[in-house]
Design a protein around this ligand. Sequence first.
Ligand code: MG
Length: 279
Amino acid sequence: MAVEIKTPDQIAKMREAGLVVAAIHAATREAAVPGATTKDLDDVARKVLAEHGAKSNFLGYGGFPATICTSVNEVVVHGIPSAETVLKDGDIISIDAGAIVDGWHGDAAFTAFVGGGHAPELVELSRVTEESMWAGIAAVKNGNRLVDVSRAIETYIRRQPRPATGKYGIIEDYGGHGIGSEMHMDPHLLNYVSRKRGRGPKLVPGFCIAIEPMVSLGTPRTHVLEDDWTVLTDDLTWSSHWEHSVALTEDGPLVLTAVDGGKAKLAELGVTAAPDPLG
Ligand code: MG
């Protein structure tokens, strides 16, 4: 269970991969309109990877058949792109994408609104999920422990006004993960504090982690469809998923999969992002 610690050169490679992921996000966000199929979005992602000479870390992972995960409405994560899944006005979709550059991985996700007219509680669900991710990122500090990241995510969510449906469900079966020479590495990052787990490893320069809260408008519990991938909430309430890959450096956190390295958002939270190694 050793945690892989990266050199500054390796973090620079991960930054390259992260920027490819950011480019996939921009292109798929634009393509997620009513009438598009989730297969269309997968095609867009594959094209961006090819344009950058990057490889997919999702395609073939455990037999996964596509380049991105497209999770619509009550699907939490791992939705498989399909020509039969047509996006409709009012849907929400979480798009999870990754890239490999020279053997180094990036991984990030976002929730998008298809068309318009979304209920305020859906807008709030996505906002709360995204902001909880940023609270977690802001806790990636030298000297902190992994549990401090989990606590920051959970605390943020629990301090928000409750949705009309009752309570936000912080998904328990999935969480964040170490990332680097592989997409999924130790340590596993819970999006809540578990007394059973202890405090986790100390965060030191070279530590890299994908932070990815998943939140529903109801239950924290999920099940998997017969395709062995698609994860749904047990009560079929809709859910949101946001994710960034983050590197801790001597100069603080660098958000590898954010175009600006996390600079603007972290500044709002009183944290200085590390300088971009690619300039
Ligand atoms: Mg991930």
